[in-house]
Design a protein around this ligand. Structure first.
Ligand code: 0L1
Ligand code: MG
Length: 257
């Protein structure tokens, strides 16, 4: 019996992203399960690499209750980041290139010496060279931002763009820092890094474990987005977005009018 058409599903998702046109969910009709969905994700990102993009890191998704509740999926997932997704801090994005973009405040890690496959992080300060406030721009390729677990995994966990603020040395504690998402100078979301798996440092072990199951090794020099501390907020044309993380500072981006 043949399984789901991995390349065909990746092609549909890739075309949806390229044309900024929403599509219907695919998992139920194709019998896609979560493991095969990661193969679709790999094929989807391979399309980007084949046109010259570079893999620069990994992101964790749904690492907080607020995020899980927002989309009705309650498992931690991971996706892949490429260089073209990166927007410089203070830079601009064109919302016309996305379907229904949302932004969320995150914490980013710059990876250093990582444990061997199958091992957990022994010393966080050895594994992580620096930390930064970040903004993730997510854009589900599915209509109405509605999907099942395999659907969202296949869709590279809605990854679309991200901005990383200034790097700082790893502070003593990361587990209860205040987080703000501001849109046009107004507070849109308030949270704490504690919402990210209790402590964003745990997200790295989860990333190593979950990506390791699919034979993916994190690399020195890669970025790692640990996940959002709050629900995501729609990004409107012309909006100015700031993510502020206590002790770490601010990352910002602007949507073109
Ligand atoms: O980064 C995230 O937490 C997004 C994961 C996928 C679910 C969504 O699109 O919100
Ligand atoms: Mg995110």
């Amino acid at each position: 019996m043949s399984g789901p058409d991995v390349a065909g599903i990746a092609a549909k998702l890739g075309a949806a992203a390229d044309s900024a046109t929403a599509i219907g969910q695919l998992a139920a009709e194709t019998g896609l399960d979560s493991d095969t969905a990661y193969a679709v994700q790999e094929a989807l990102v391979r399309r980007r690499l084949d046109r010259g993009e570079r893999l620069v890191g990994l992101k964790m998704g749904l690492t907080s209750r607020a995020k899980m509740a927002q989309v009705g999926v309650d498992e931690v997932i991971w996706g892949r980041l490429t260089d073209v997704m990166r927007v410089p801090d203070g830079g601009s994005v064109d919302t016309g290139g996305f379907i229904h973009p949302r932004v969320e405040p995150e914490v980013a890690f710059l990876l250093d010496r990582l444990p061997e496959p199958g091992e957990l992080v022994g010393s966080f300060t050895e594994a992580v060279r620096a930390v930064a406030p970040a903004i993730e721009l997510i854009d589900s390729r599915y209509a109405n931002f509605t999907f099942s677990l395999p659907d969202v995994i296949a869709d590279n966990t809605s990854a679309a763009a991200f901005t990383v603020g200034p790097w700082s040395p790893v502070p003593d504690g990361l587990d209860n820092l205040g987080v703000l998402l501001e849109i046009d100078g107004r507070v849109a979301q308030v949270g704490s890094t504690a919402a990210i798996l209790g402590d964003p440092r745990r997200a790295l072990d989860e990333g190593l474990r979950l990506a390791g199951r699919h034979g993916v090794r994190l690399r020195e020099g890669w970025l790692f987005l640990a996940g959002a501390a709050t629900a995501a907020v729609p990004l409107r044309p012309g909006a100015h977005v700031r993510a502020v993380v206590e002790k770490l500072g601010t990352a910002s981006l602007r949507a073109l009018p």
